[in-house]
Design a protein around this ligand. Sequence first.
Ligand code: PLP
Length: 440
Amino acid sequence: MKSDTHMRADRVAQAVRAAVEADLVGPEAPVAGFIDVDGVRSTVRDLRTAFEASPVLHAFAAKACPLVPVLRLLADEGLGCEVASAGELAQAVAAGFPAERIVLDAPAKTQAELWEALERGVAVNADNLDELKRLDALVTPDTVSVLGVRVNPQVGAGTIDAMSTASPSSKFGIPLNDPGCRDELLAAYAARPWLTRLHVHVGSQGCPLELIADGIHAVYQLAEEINANAGRQQVTSIDIGGGLPVNFADDTVRPTFADYVAVLRDLVPGLFDGRYTLLTEFGRSLLAKNGFIIARVEYVKDVGGRRIAVTHAGAQTATRTVFMPQAWPLRVEAFDAEGRRKFDRPLSQDVAGPCCFAGDMVASGRELPELAEGDLVVLRDTGAYYFSTPFSYNSLPRLAVHGFRAAAAETVFAPIRSSQTVAEIVAESGAEHRDALRAG
Ligand SMILES: *Cc1c(COP(=O)(O)O)cnc(C)c1O
């Protein structure tokens, strides 16, 4: 029997071929994103199995893939949704998540966003003491929202600074170890019996599991202290955030959700003894390996001794990879114009994007079968934070995104998001105000 790993790679190859046949990529559609529906379902199953014995709500971090049909798929799978803006909240509601499965976390929530969350019964994690004061004015005896506070356990940074949310000076949450802060937190809970949750999200890609578990341990201990002070179990749930790193090097899933739970059980056993309901907020680890981008090679050129394949996937869709290539390397795979994997002898090539700046490269000096005009490159593991979070440089359109199921005989596609049209680009760039700056 084939392993899950091989099955995923086979599904990708089958889907690339089928996408060409269905004209979802080609000269008229030079770049598109794809989501493997069975892959998503199987990843959700792995997550559920890993936490099986505990009372838990898994809330998908919407920002990793804020596309309504994808959120709908996850809602159908029984997940919740973690949102961080009015836009993400509206997307979660549109996808059909019930309010009690939505949690609002954000560092700059406005008064109106807080009001809407409480009005809907959406859970809120306050980021700081000033936000708690705003909540004081909104909470009534009828409030059903679960309310908590985000704590920064200040356990340190991982290998990517921009992804490390629990460093000593991170902008998120209330720092636990700064002078006076622990006492302020204890007093805040003592004064507000409606605070029943603690939240921590140590960070994302680049954070070792032990670092994440250390942060959760510190917050677990704080929950125990709050409850001891209260003489009752005031904190009933702990939101442990997301942040499981993803392996971008090959098709194996590592670490797995099961690896993570094993580390947590070891370092924070009290989390699993049934006294606390757990909330998780995974994003990248649920979607990254279940999506990819196909881009057409428009031209191939030799410049200063470098071979460059100019493709249609660059900073507008692989934004992080282009701007931080060391932190976010992606696998690039070569296919021919008919969507068949190329096996030619590898040649060192640069894979460039369509944007007008020299650094718009998704890979440099990469050994790949020689690419030619009309071939396709596939950027793997891009299901989270890539085609779903476009960067509108050069007024390039937002990519179309398609879902697929690779059944035995055929691949079935479903539209997730249409490509932005040129007319939409013009409309969204202020066309309605065309004459606003004219004299008079
Ligand atoms: C971004 C974010 C997540 C998801 O992080 P991943 O690394 O995608 O799992 C979860 N919780 C919060 C508060 C976040 O900001």
